[in-house]
Design a protein around this ligand. Structure first.
Ligand code: SF4
Length: 413
């Protein structure tokens, strides 16, 4: 397999991840510095004075916690976790109109009990709609559910192409800001991210972007250039899917690299998951890493990683690279324009890979089934008979696309 097929090389990985050995993570704690200037290093928090560090969110003038609370679960039943998040300075809260019914409602329940805490929170929600009228309706519903009269950052959810960032979207964002309903506007994306980010960097009305960003995809030269272009344009960046869980697991590969990873990080006193978070924070251009922390144990483990100032060494970044290489075929990088262009009919391969990832990697099979059920019947029939061999030939991750498309039919129908 050549380097292009693998998706990256070691040299590209180290260069684009900005690995400079110990100290680079510390540098990233304080300031996202597109200019390359070295920011001041903040004091390490003392015991009893536990606060997650902050970084500036693009050119917005707002500081955000480097660890964000992903709210894709029932926050109504997890009020103590919201309270503890505030105590530890995890004040970037992310939700969406389409998340679990108790997500926005749970935030609303919290704000109605602790109204004085609303100002501390950088509140983010998202809309799946694209029609301005529908977006307005969903925004109003989010405001009502969350018992607030403004959203700090409002995203169009799951944008796949620049065409969705059109004049209608710009005018809608400008009006919503003027009305005081939102303060910042942007989009979240899981697909075709490098092209989208590069295009968005030229749109002055985009304030923030939430993107899939992790040790597997940060190394591609296109992604590194796109992240840099957005940072230089003053767009705040939020990383998600930082554990890079796969759409399937190839039991014949990756075990040696995984064992080496686990051993190395165990010696350092970190879990593999904490090390993966650190690899993202290593890039100071990422303002916030958003993680779905649906247990107090996970909240504490991630907060511990966020306040620990030790950086990953270049050797440790290399171990992550080796693991990413060994298991590349497990992970879809969302470049749907490559594989989907080989098919005679439109089939959303990258979306279906994401459903697998949610189902198998995050145990959210119900969510995956619901989304798969939204595909038109004709598409689902097509999945059973389409020939994916050309798509597999072009896939930079060398994923077994045909096999996984058929498995989606078995798993989700
Ligand atoms: S299956 Fe391969 S080509 Fe298609 S989106 Fe995923 S990584 Fe890209």
């Amino acid at each position: 397999m050549n380097e292009e097929k693998k998706g990256f090389s070691r040299r590209q990985f180290l260069k684009s991840a900005g690995v400079a050995g110990a100290g680079s993570l510390l540098a990233g704690y304080a300031v996202a510095a597109p200019s390359g200037a070295q920011p001041a290093v903040p004091a390490v928090p003392k015991a009893g004075d536990f606060k997650v560090p902050t970084r500036p969110f693009g050119k917005s003038g707002r500081q955000v916690s480097i660890l964000g609370l992903g709210g894709m679960f029932d926050l109504e039943a997890n009020q103590l976790m919201l309270k503890q998040a505030v105590n530890w300075g995890i004040t970037y809260w992310d939700t969406a109109d389409c998340y679990h019914a108790g997500s926005e409602a749970g935030i609303g329940k919290y704000f109605s009990k602790y109204p004085q805490e609303r100002e501390k929170i950088f509140l983010v929600t998202k809309s799946c709609a694209r029609n301005p009228e529908d977006i307005s309706k969903l925004l109003d519903r989010s405001l009502e559910r969350m018992q607030t009269n403004y959203i700090d950052l409002y995203f169009l959810h799951g944008v796949k192409s620049l065409a969705e960032l059109n004049d209608d979207a710009r005018q809608w964002a400008e009006k919503a800001k003027k009305d005081g309903k939102i303060r910042l506007f942007g989009f979240s994306t899981h697909a075709n991210m490098a092209e989208l980010l590069m295009g968005a960097s030229k749109l002055p009305w985009i304030d923030g972007i939430m993107l899939t960003y992790n040790y597997r995809n940060m190394s591609s030269p296109e992604m590194a250039a796109a992240v840099k272009a957005c940072a230089q344009a003053g767009i705040g960046l939020t990383a998600m899917k930082t554990q890079a869980k796969g759409s399937w697991y190839d039991w014949s590969k990756g075990d040696v690299a995984k064992e080496a990873l686990a051993n190395q990080f165990r010696q350092k006193g970190w879990s593999e998951e904490q090390a993966k978070l650190k690899s993202v924070w290593q890039n100071p251009l990422i303002a916030c890493l958003c993680s779905q922390m649906d247990s107090m144990r996970l909240l504490k483990a991630n907060a511990d990683a966020a306040v620990d100032p030790t950086a990953l060494s270049s050797g440790e970044m290399r171990l992550l690279e080796q693991y990413a290489c060994a298991t590349a075929a497990n992970y879809c990088t969302g470049c749907g324009r490559i594989c989907e262009a080989t098919l005679s009919s439109r089939l959303p391969i990258s979306d279906i890979m994401r459903y697998h990832m949610y189902s198998r990697g995050y145990g959210r099979s119900e969510w995956a089934r619901e989304h798969f059920a939204n595909l038109p019947g004709s598409m689902r029939r097509e999945l059973a008979s389409a020939d994916f061999s050309a798509a597999e030939d072009r896939c930079p991750q060398r994923m077994p696309i045909g096999r996984l498309m058929r498995e989606a039919l078995e798993d989700f129908v």
